[in-house]
Design a protein around this ligand. Structure first.
Ligand code: KG4
Ligand code: ZN
Length: 361
């Protein structure tokens, strides 16, 4: 721990937006503990997250996860100076468990309570790994639930949304294509592996919202449903003809289309907004083609690429504790105790209860 950080407030972060129960402790930019329990195994047989099952799993996992985090950090609950929780966006029942727990802990400890934005947390966590952020940068958050491009001037106070997906998230599109190709759920990593050795140019799959007129209106928005339909047509074509589906070529061409659109639109935003750094977060950042294409094209463009290790890209408590720590350091007003969860929390709102940048503008 750096000595300048040793006096910073100890922030407890709680994450329960989807199927991961995460509890972490951060002081300044130092991560002292990060413990995650996942209910994914309970959902796999249903081929998707079952919200009711996820909520119950959070309730069961929360106590043990909190205890494990305190033990890992070698601190007492009474040492905690502030409690941050992901208050949205996410599954309502899952969010409610974390928010109720956070309120109870903050009230019991008599410390400030902050309901923070899960998606912005995916960006914030990188500061624990790669250090303080530059004055202006982009955050690309890609997962099973989100595909969002954010312009961040201050992670605690000033985030604007440049674009998002109109339909499927990048990981969700991979999961659906995985199903089309007969691969297990969640399909993303399986499609990624299947793409190895495939020809990325075998099929000319569409790049969503990339034609000139779409680019004018939606320069930084994404759409993956047309791409998914195009993949389905190709797969059905082979099946109808009684031919074997060339899984590697389909997976590689599909992966290329998704990575190409994400990288192209992000670099365009860097150029237009004069930004030299991009932070990538979310579970989809594990995708090997996204990583290789981004590394290659960002270097050519002279743009710095920051991607934290994958355990900090999937949902975890560290991302919420990191954002909580930034918010506390910025002197943000704590959330009132009567806040509820917001499954559609706007991406311009860092802390629940505050006035959003969009409302001010
Ligand atoms: O962030 P995350 O763990 O959960 C949320 O959605 O919040 O992201 C999981 C998503 C799933 O859709 C999964 O299939 C996808 O990311 N994914 C991948 C890869 N690893 C995870 N998709 C493509 N390639 C991968 N290597
Ligand atoms: Zn997430």
């Amino acid at each position: 721990m750096s000595s300048s950080e040793s006096s910073a407030p100890l922030v407890l972060g709680i994450e329960s937006t989807c199927d991961e129960t995460g509890v972490a402790l951060v002081r300044g930019l130092d991560l002292l503990a990060d413990v995650t329990a996942s209910s994914m195994d309970d959902h796999a047989r249903f081929g998707g997250i079952v919200p009711e099952v996820a909520s119950r799993a959070h309730l069961e996992a929360f106590g043990p996860t909190l205890d494990a985090a305190l033990a890992q950090a070698e601190v007492e609950l009474s040492d905690v100076d502030a409690v941050a929780v992901a208050a949205g966006p996410g599954l309502s029942g899952s969010l409610a468990v974390g928010v109720a727990a956070a309120k109870a802990l903050a009230l019991g400890l008599d410390v400030p309570f902050y309901g923070v934005n899960h998606v912005i947390g995916h960006v914030a966590v990188d500061s624990l790994v790669h250090g303080p952020f530059p004055e202006s940068f982009l955050g690309l958050v890609v997962s099973g639930g989100h595909s969002s491009l954010l312009h961040v001037r201050d992670i605690a106070t000033d985030v604007t949304e440049l674009g998002q997906t109109f339909d499927d998230a990048a990981g969700e599109a991979f999961d659906k294509v995985g199903r089309l190709l007969g691969l297990p759920y969640p399909g993303g990593p399986h499609v990624d592996r299947a793409a190895t050795g495939g020809d990325p140019a075998a099929f000319a799959f569409p790049r969503g919202l990339s034609r000139a007129k779409d680019l004018q209106r939606h320069p930084y928005d994404f759409s993956f449903s047309g791409l998914k339909t195009a993949v389905a047509r190709v797969v059905e074509g082979f099946e109808d003809r009684g031919e074997e589906v060339p899984v590697a070529d389909v997976a590689a061409s599909f992966s290329e289309a998704v990575a190409d659109v994400l990288v192209t639109k992000t670099l365009r935003a860097c150029e237009i907004h004069g930004v030299g750094t991009v932070v990538v977060g979310g579970g989809f950042s594990a995708n090997s083609r996204l990583r290789s294409l981004a590394a290659e094209r960002f270097e050519a463009a002279g743009v710095e690429l920051r991607i934290p290790p994958i355990r900090y890209c999937t949902d975890n408590g560290a991302m919420i504790a990191a954002l909580g720590s930034a918010v506390v350091a910025a002197g943000a007003t704590p959330s009132p105790y009567d806040i509820t969860i917001d499954s559609q929390m706007p991406l311009t709102q860092v802390v629940m209860g505050e006035v959003t940048v969009a409302e001010v503008a």
